[in-house]
Design a protein around this ligand. Structure first.
Ligand code: HEC
Length: 109
């Protein structure tokens, strides 16, 4: 096999990867915000929570979440993420995202 065949294969793989990232499911229901495919808890945190709780969970506009897993369990965190608490606004993430991010945060202790 010649080298160029291999290069072509790599390019094809990259293309497939790129294509998968963009459009997967047909989720065009009531998504006024960015069509949110459910990603990892950490990614959800980075996209929705970092502004108030800090890059390293150390807080800022909101309290530090570094030890949030000591204070709340996963269900409680999911509830806060979805419904807000005190001066934290609600509705930043949907239910699925809230669960994912809570799973990730519940381990911070
Ligand atoms: C607009 C700013 C803002 C954003 C964005 C935000 N929060 Fe908050 N968050 C707050 C504030 C302010 C509080 C404290 C509320 C209070 O107790 O009055 C808080 C409190 C919390 C608490 C409780 C902490 C404790 O020790 O009592 C959790 C858990 C939490 N936020 C998780 C999240 C998650 C998860 C996200 C992303 C989905 C998020 N927050 C996004 C402002 C924000």
């Amino acid at each position: 096999m010649k080298k160029s065949g291999f290069t072509l294969l790599i390019m094809a793989m990259l293309f497939v990867l790129a294509a998968c990232g963009g459009s997967s499911s047909s989720g065009d229901k009531e998504s006024s915000k960015s069509a949110s495919t459910v990603s990892s808890g950490e990614e959800i945190y980075q996209q929705n929570c970092i502004g108030c709780h800090g890059k390293d969970l150390s807080g800022g506009g909101g309290p530090s979440l570094k030890e949030v897993g000591k204070k709340y369990n996963e269900t409680e965190i999911a509830d806060i993420a979805k419904n807000g608490i005190g001066s934290m606004p609600s509705g930043m993430v949907d239910e699925k995202q809230a669960k994912e991010v809570a799973k990730w945060l519940a381990e911070k202790k």
